[in-house]
Design a binder for this molecule. Structure first.
Ligand code: AMP
Ligand code: TRP
Length: 328
């Protein structure tokens, strides 16, 4: 039987953190053997919010390197940079012309993002979900592994695909979101009521995948807990719950085992042990990252191969789209 296709994208807007790893990248790496995969660094999505050019250039490369370092490999997956395959922009324009404005007005992520930015909001930010639909539809992806926050965008993509097919024939495959049963929401360390996120102002909230052991110990030490004593999984105690959840995701022990392990211990013990687990879990990833980026030209070559493979598929698909619409 032919393997199904997986597509997912990740922005280059900041440093990748433990939430990205546990909620996304680690799952992509472990599921890659069952599927044909495309993992894309979505730099065109990243510029929907203003970026400093030299920082952006470095982050694009860093994110791509971390995908490989996390175990995604060229045998099973195509890893590439979105702007290097021009068909993403081309298809986004075509889809713009068939997407009703009202559908975009319903996107909750745009509402959230535009509230914090006010007059800075660009047309690109509003159009972001259409570019995302183009990403997915170019590769005939069956499954789109993402966090819960992206479900609405994947549903929009399905609607756009169906609308297009209704007008022009069976061209697109409507995809499905694939939301991992856990790891979907790692919370901030200092502010455990908010998601761990890439934004640079919240350094104390997130553990970057490239943080040094001392940085990791320092951030976990300062993590918010509560005034109780016992160490238990409990949603109503977001700080302790989050530390335990990270511990669980990394050690793969069950909740009861973990609670027994920490019975009678202090928050200080929990934090110290968690820090060591995080450090040891990230060590192999950091070593591979350093190898990959230390070898001159190695990452660049891998990305050039990725763009070539993705480009071949994207070119075939855009031709089919153009023919179906009378553009060719
Ligand atoms: P982003 O950082 O928003 O570009 O997201 C990249 C991927 O990581 C998406 O699949 C997100 O759903 C996932 N992700 C981002 N933040 C978290 C978090 N705090 N916990 C779990 N998954 C996350
Ligand atoms: N919007 C996604 C995020 O912020 C990133 C993304 C862009 C994406 N294009 C995609 C995810 C296509 C899945 C499929 O996480």
């Amino acid at each position: 039987m032919e393997k199904k296709t997986v597509f997912s994208g990740i922005q280059a807007s900041g440093s990748l953190h433990l939430g990205n790893y546990l909620g996304a990248i680690r799952n992509w790496a472990s599921m890659q053997y069952e599927y044909n995969n495309y993992f894309c660094v979505v730099d065109l999505h990243t510029i929907t919010i203003s970026q400093d050019p030299s920082t952006l250039r470095a982050k694009i490369r860093e994110v791509a390197g971390l995908l490989f370092a996390a175990g995604i490999n060229e045998e099973n997956s195509v890893v590439y940079i979105q702007s290097e395959v021009k068909e993403h922009s081309e298809l986004a324009w075509i889809l713009n012309c068939i997407t009703p404005l009202g559908w975009l007005h319903r996107m909750t992520q745009f509402k959230e993002k535009s509230e914090t930015q006010k007059e800075e909001v660009s047309v690109g930010l509003f159009d972001y979900p259409v570019l995302q639909a183009a990403d997915i539809l170019l590769y005939d992806a069956h499954l789109v592994p993402v966090g819960e926050d992206q479900r609405q965008h994947v549903e929009l993509c399905r609607d756009i695909a169906q609308r297009f097919n209704y007008r022009y024939g069976q061209v697109f495959l409507p995809p499905e979101a694939f939301i991992a049963p856990f790891g979907g929401r790692v919370m901030g360390l200092a502010n455990p009521d908010k998601k761990m996120s890439k934004s640079e102002e919240k350094q104390e909230d997130s553990i970057s995948l490239l943080d040094s052991p001392d940085q990791i110990r320092g951030k976990i030490k300062k993590a918010t807990t509560d005034s109780l004593r016992d160490i238990r999984f409990n949603q109503e105690r977001p700080g302790v719950n989050n530390l335990l959840t990270i511990y669980q995701l990394l050690t793969e022990k069950n909740q009861e085992e973990i609670e027994n392990h920490f019975a009678g211990k202090s928050y200080k013990d929990l934090k110290e042990q968690l820090a060591e687990v995080v450090i040891e879990s990230l060590r192999p990833l950091q070593e591979r990252y350093n190898e990959l980026t230390g070898e001159q030209g190695c990452l660049e070559e891998m990305l050039a191969r990725g763009a070539e493979r993705a480009g071949a598929q994207a070119e075939r698909k855009i031709r089919q789209v153009q023919e179906s619409m009378g553009l060719r």
